[in-house]
Design a protein around this ligand. Structure first.
Ligand code: NAD
Length: 263
């Protein structure tokens, strides 16, 4: 396999499982050494060890709650101490609670702002100066298909992902001449623990067996099935590759064709 990112360092957040983990592994297979973080020491260490074993790359695991500005700074500092530079940032976060618009008070909205938008802002602010100095960088924000087609049960996600997308588009223009691309990767329905949880909640609410609900949801995806985390990771690795140098300010949907909009 061509290691188009050999010698590069990737920082991938919220990477102990799911899409962050799959993105980290795909980048390691493409040649990156990694710094990954998540909230739980045992989980993030386990993910690091598994990726190390599978790819032979160096993987530093850091414990951090991404809602906490100081914790984000510690992750950025750990990456600099270990490697002196970050070439690829994959900014991922945990997803917010589902619920109706009237179900969320100011505290819930503030929590979603702190957990979804501010980590993306802080992480990008932390890596941009170094990328500008070296004249190369890739910044990727994991968002959601909700940025193209809002999901009724996920008003917090719909709103804050739109903010991340607008921030990414603006930043892309500011750093394009520095050799830095900035893009969003929008998952549709990729089978991770979060999607299992959300499907479980929907099944409970509708009184239907989970398997029936998932089979019906899969029929709404043109490809006819949920995506695999590995397939999402491949898209991330492509956007991080040197070959994707002319793609910036974009959102790439990884959704099996599910989103109905043109753009
Ligand atoms: P997941 O729940 O399977 O994994 C989330 C990861 O984030 C875990 O490693 C968890 O430990 C970590 N995490 C959660 N909160 C954190 C915090 N405060 N600080 C640090 N780490 C934290 O979720 P996933 O399916 O991999 O989704 C990743 C992101 O993509 C989420 O924001 C989710 O809402 C979004 N998304 C996913 C899908 C999908 O198809 N899986 C679709 C749309 C959007």
């Amino acid at each position: 396999m061509t290691q188009s990112l050999a010698g590069k360092v990737a920082l991938v957040t919220a990477a102990s499982r799911g899409l962050g983990r799959a993105s980290a592994e795909a980048l390691a297979r493409a040649g990156c050494d990694l710094v990954i973080c998540s909230r739980d020491r045992a989980s993030v260490d386990r993910a690091a060890e598994e990726i190390r074993r599978a790819t032979g790359r160096a993987v530093l695991s850091v414990v951090a709650d991404l809602s906490d500005a100081e914790a984000i700074q510690k992750v950025l500092d750990a990456a600099m101490v270990a490697h002196g530079h970050v070439d690829v940032l994959v900014s991922n976060t945990g997803g917010p609670q589902p619920g109706p618009f009237m179900g969320f008070d100011d505290t819930a909205w503030q929590g979603a702002f702190d957990a979804l938008l501010m980590p993306a802002v802080r992480l990008a602010r932390g890596v941009v100066p170094g990328m500008q100095a070296q004249g190369w960088g890739r910044i990727l924000f994991i968002t959601s298909s909700a940025v193209k087609q809002p999901i009724p049960a996920l008003v917090l996600s719909n709103s804050l992902r739109a903010a991340v997308t607008a921030m990414a588009k603006t930043l892309a223009g500011h750093v394009a001449k520095d050799g830095i691309t900035v893009n969003c990767v929008a998952p549709g329905r990729i089978l991770t623990d979060r999607v299992r949880f959300l499907d479980g909640e929907a099944a409970k609410a509708s009184g239907r067996p989970l398997e029936d609900l998932q089979a019906e949801l899969a029929t709404r995806i043109p490809v006819g099935r949920y995506g695999e985390p590995r397939e999402f990771g491949e898209a991330v690795a492509f956007l991080a590759s040197p070959g994707a140098a002319y793609i910036t300010g974009s959102t790439l949907a990884v959704d099996g064709g599910a989103i109905g909009s043109l753009l």
